[in-house]
Design a protein around this ligand. Structure first.
Ligand SMILES: Nc1ncnc2c1ncn2[C@@H]1O[C@H](COP(=O)(O)OP(=O)(O)OP(=O)(O)O)[C@@H](O)[C@H]1O
Ligand SMILES: [Mg+2]
Length: 396
């Protein structure tokens, strides 16, 4: 692979950028931890490029290596193999014995637990990275006050972190990361300890800051909504590898593997068999256009909000929806806007979210389950996305 080329194997798409456009380049990065004499590989030959000015969102299940990757970028962790380049400078290459410590990397990090020093005032916390980098003119020139104002915490300068709310601590931690004007800002689930309303508010602030300050960022989150609303691109990690990377809507609409689909909320999984007599699911024949063309065993994935329900007597036909009969409502979980229905259908359990104003069903109701073709994805035994007709003709 050429140095300035990255190929995403699962999607087959290839992007080439000039070296000048790339702020962060990670190549073949591996990291293992020693645990009870066992060597556990946490990052497995990760390749990643982050372009100048982009906010790349990293999504993935707990334990897949997101924090470890950020810690390698900021210099808190030494990789076992591979290279990290920041702004064109090689900062980590164990093969060549190169390792630049955190205070000599132009990188700031916002931690999930804020990581403020409790014995230092807010202003001292924010001044700390300026002192560590010996940025005397920034200290003298009012940079601390400036960044505290940016995050609307100027009035808290003389308080100590334990005297602040969680939201205020997170803002101060953001100010501390912004203070030395790093070329790259890393965010490790910065909003996950905040309540729902504050999260939305801070999310909007981070978006505004990214637009006005134009920093390059890597933002880790578990929250799909956050990923879709903040990310210029989204990378989905699993078990130490990047499984898929692309534009947020592209990754959301076309998860390249069953694991990515599952992680992005396509919880419903229905086995499908395609043979010489056609395609079948949950004991029902389904149209060829909703199934892969090659014979084999597949799994169809669909998000709960996309599944439809109807009474078995409400027969109708729509070329774009496959209806499966024989479902039974086994549980109902009311919500504010949507009701979740749990349906047993052949050997599958399906989760269906219906707007509250829709038709109501009762526990024990017999239902037909509707799968709109444009919202379904089929995965082969290897877990890879297998096109069906609606994908092939680009309807999805
Ligand atoms: N210092 C360490 N020593 C041993 N194992 C570690 C260490 N740090 C992380 N690990 C292990 O490495 C794996 C990846 O951890 P990491 O913190 O990077 O995951 P994560 O994707 O950030 O998860 P989460 O979403 O829960 O924060 C986990 O299995 C974790 O237990
Ligand atoms: Mg983590």
């Amino acid at each position: 692979m050429n140095e300035s080329t990255v190929t995403t194997e699962k999607t087959g798409s290839e992007h080439t950028h000039s070296a000048l456009d790339v702020e962060v380049r990670v190549s073949g990065l591996s990291k293992a931890f020693q645990r009870r004499r066992e060597n556990i590989r946490v990052l497995k030959e990760v390749d990643l490029e982050v372009r100048k000015g982009e906010l790349l969102v990293l999504l993935g299940p707990s334990g897949c290596g997101k924090t470890t990757l950020l810690r390698c970028l900021v210099g808190l962790e030494r990789p076992g193999e591979g290279q990290i380049e920041l702004g064109g400078d090689l900062v980590a290459d164990p093969g060549k014995g190169i390792f630049t410590p955190p205070n000599r990397r132009n990188v700031g990090m916002v931690f999930q637990n804020y990581a403020l020093w409790p014995h230092m005032k807010v202003s001292q916390n924010v001044a700390y990275p300026l002192k560590a980098r010996k940025l005397k003119s920034a200290l003298a020139g009012g940079r601390v006050e400036e960044v505290l104002d940016i995050v609307q915490c100027g009035h808290l300068a003389d308080r100590y972190p334990p005297e602040l709310s969680g939201g205020q601590q997170q803002r101060v931690s953001l100010a501390r990361a912004l203070a030395p004007q790093p070329a790259v800002l890393l965010f490790d689930e910065p909003l996950s300890n905040l309540d729902a309303l504050l999260r939305l508010d801070m999310r909007a602030q981070i978006r505004r800051l990214h637009r006005s300050l134009g920093f390059t960022g890597v933002y880790v989150t578990h929250d799909q909504e956050e990923a879709l609303s903040l990310g210029t691109r989204v990378a989905v990690m699993n078990d130490g590898c990047i499984e898929q990377i692309g534009a947020p809507q592209e990754v959301y609409r076309n998860p390249a593997s069953e694991r990515v689909a599952d992680f992005l909320g396509a919880r419903n999984s229905i086995p499908m068999v395609v043979d010489s007599s056609g395609a079948a699911m949950a004991g029902c024949r389904i149209p060829d256009s909703a199934a892969p063309s090659l014979p084999g065993d597949y799994v169809m994935r669909i998000r709960p909000a996309h599944v439809q329900l109807r009474r078995p007597t409400d027969r109708g036909h729509d070329d774009h929806i496959t209806w499966l009969s024989g479902g039974t409502v086994v549980e109902i979980l009311p919500g504010a806007d949507r009701t979740e229905y749990i349906i047993e259908l052949a050997d599958s359990v399906l989760y269906v979210e219906i707007p509250v104003s829709g038709i109501g069903f009762h526990i024990g109701s017999a239902v037909d389950v509707g799968l709109p073709h444009a919202s379904t994805h089929c995965y082969g035994e290897d877990g890879a996305l297998t096109p069906t007709e609606h994908v092939r003709v680009g309807v999805a």
